[in-house]
Every structure is written in C-alpha cells, then in structure tokens.
Design a protein around this ligand. Structure first.
Ligand SMILES: [Zn+2]
Ligand SMILES: [Zn+2]
Length: 379
C-alpha cells in the first residue's frame, strides 16, 4: 500500500486536464470554419477502434487469453489500444489479473470497489502503482516480443495513435485541429470513462445472475459503452470465456469481432465454458435471489417453511443431475473402449435431458412462486 500513497502527478494532470480541454474545444470547434462532419466520423471510428482494442485486445486476449490471435491482429490491438491511453498491454494485464485474483480485496485488488466508487473509477490511477511489472504475473506476455516492444515505446505509440494520427487524417480535409481535439482529446476522454465505468459502475449497479460471491454486476449502460464488457458478473465467474454476453443476441460486439476474426483465420482456439456449467450457476443463483426476496414478505398464503422445502428440493435436483452428467462426461474421456464410449454417450444424452428438465422445473417454480407473491401482495 505504501507505494500507492505516492501521488502520480502525470496521471492526475493528464486525466483532469483532458476532459476540461475537450469540453472547451468542442463548442469552439463547432463554431469554427474548419468544422467538418468528416471529423465526427473520424472520432467515432477512433472511438470504436480504441475501445475494441481494449476489450478484444488488452482484456480478452492479453489479460485472459480467451483465444489465440494472429500477430497482425495482436499488433493492431497494441497500436489502437495505445490510442486509448491506458498504459501498456503488459501493465494493464497485470493489474487486471490482480483484479480478478483478488477481486474486492481492499489491499490487493488495484481498483477495489470496497475503497469506494470513485477509487475504482479513477482515483486509483492518481497514485503510483508498481513501477515495474512482475514477470511471474505475466509470464506469457513477457515472452511476447510485440507486447514488450509496445511496453518499451508506449509513449510514442500512445501520442501517435491517440493524437498525431487523427490530426494528420483531419488535415486531409483541412481540419487538423478538429482531428486533434475532437477525434483525439474528446474521443479519448469518452474512451477513458467508458472503460473506467466497468471498474466502478459494473461493480455497483446491476444484476447478479451468476454469482453473489463478488461485487461484479451485469450492467447494461456499460455494456453499450464498452461493446459488451458490461456482462461483468458473467465475466468474473467465467473469465476465460471469449464471450461476455452468452446469448447470440446479447449486445457483445467484442464477441462478434472475435468470432468474425476466427472465420477469417485471424483468431483461433476460442474458449467457451460448457453450457451446462453456466446453466447450473444461473439456476442456483436464481434460487438464491428468489429466496432472499421472499423472506422479506410477511403476507404469504404459502408458508415460508413450505417454500423453503421446495427450494431445497429444487436445488438438490439441479445439483444431483448436474453431478451425474459431469461424472458420465468424465468417464467417457477416461475410457478407451469404443463400445463403452458409445454406451456412455447414450447415457450422457439422457442425463443432459434430466439436467435440463431440473433447471426448467426450478425456473418454472420460481416464476409460479413470484406470481403467487405478487397476487398475495395485491390482495
Ligand atoms: Zn471487475
Ligand atoms: Zn477480466
């Protein structure tokens, strides 16, 4: 902690001056002769590229290794990740791995929400962290030559991709200053706070559909701002999954990008957690959430004792059918006999059906109880 108490003046000045400069520059630019709609498009393009390089690159690839990326893709992430001015992929990943390992620990989680919303959002950056990276925490990344190259030249990377490049592009249509202040500074401010909201807002407000063992939450606002990172409760439970929004229609453009890259042979080995494991977590958590809500009701026609008994049956049912399915899957991996494998596959199909039915029963019963509670509360 002692090193954290030392203020990081460069970060303080940069992170406070940037939004002020951006907000002053915006009305001035809008009224200026050089104003161009092309600059707005440029700002949006840079926002998208920088944000996706943080989400698909710094986060899901470098920090979690949720998939393998082609070196060209990796290099693209390092360039446009630098445009988001959030330090090097190496240090970002080290902090983020600590955040997952020690989530909510007031000392060891670098942006622990337990130190307050503003600490998790931005204040943690106002203090000096570790000056050097620890190779033991990022052993895979220290072997990556591109990552180490970016780490060594981060300031040049960041200044060029965040400010110089948009300024040069803006100068093509005579709006170099718009490129610098709008597609550079203003766009970067929004990039910053969108990412920062994952550490603050997505640890404060939203649903806990997968676990209540940590403060992370699924938060829709942050999902939109960060192209899918707001399914944060899922992510903390299953950090190696390349998806954060698991249903195909969940707003997770980062997942769609990674999937598209895999179709173009630019990404491979996309990691996905077993659907049954996810389903079991969701079922148990739905029951926990329901139990904590019905216990506050005093005017039920159903007795709490009866509800408690039913809930405990539903939970056991899901856990037992899940265990049976898991054991059968394990046995199929171990066995060498083809006949035995065939027999086990049949049993797995049957066990999967039983497990799905047990989850359906649980969700159905919760719905019925909730309807009953609503009916009781109105009468
Ligand atoms: Zn988190
Ligand atoms: Zn993560």
């Amino acid at each position: 902690m002692s090193d954290k108490k030392k203020l990081n003046l460069v970060n303080i000045i940069f992170l406070t001056t940037l939004p002020i400069v951006s907000l002053i520059a915006l009305p001035v630019w809008l009224k200026s002769d050089s104003y161009s709609f092309k600059t707005i498009v440029l700002a949006i393009v840079f926002y998208v590229l920088a944000q996706l390089s943080i989400t698909a690159g710094y986060h899901r690839y470098f920090s979690h290794k949720a998939y393998e990326a082609h070196p060209l893709v990796s290099f693209f992430y390092l360039c446009f990740g630098a445009a988001a001015f959030q330090g090097t992929a190496l240090k970002w990943s080290q902090d983020h791995r600590r955040h997952h390992r020690f989530v909510d620990d007031i000392e060891k989680d670098p942006y622990s929400i337990k130190r307050g919303f503003m600490w998790a959002h931005i204040l943690w950056l106002f203090y000096e962290g570790d000056k050097r990276y620890n190779p033991e925490e990022v052993p895979d990344l220290v072997k990556d030559k591109l990552v180490m190259f970016q780490h060594k030249h981060i300031l040049k990377f960041s200044v060029f991709f965040a400010f110089v490049l948009p300024m040069l592009l803006g100068s093509i249509w005579g709006d170099a200053l718009g490129g610098l202040f709008i597609a550079g500074a203003l766009r970067l401010t929004i990039n910053h706070h969108s990412t920062f909201f994952i550490n603050s807002l997505a640890h404060t407000l939203g649903d806990q559909k997968f676990s209540n063992k940590h403060s992370s939450r699924d938060n829709f606002i942050t999902t939109v701002l960060t192209f899918g990172e707001g399914y944060h409760n899922f992510h903390h439970e299953f950090p190696s999954d390349y998806r954060n929004g698991i249903r195909f229609f969940d707003f997770d453009p980062t997942k769609w990008l990674i999937y598209s890259l895999s179709k173009l042979k630019l990404a491979s080995n996309l990691k996905k957690v077993d659907q049954e494991i996810i389903m079991k977590k969701m079922a148990i958590m739905a029951l926990i959430n329901f139990e904590s809500s019905y216990k506050t009701f005093e005017f039920l026609s159903l007795s709490k004792k009866h509800m408690s008994k039913v809930c405990s049956y539903l939970k056991d049912n899901v856990e037992n059918t899940f265990k049976k399915l898991k054991d059968l899957k394990k046995a199929r991996i171990i066995t060498v006999s083809v006949n035995e494998k065939h027999k086990l596959s049949k049993q797995i199909r049957k066990a999967r059906k039983e497990f799905n039915s047990s989850c359906k029963l649980l969700f159905g019963m919760i719905r019925r109880f909730e309807n009953k509670i609503e009916h009781d509360s109105q009468s």
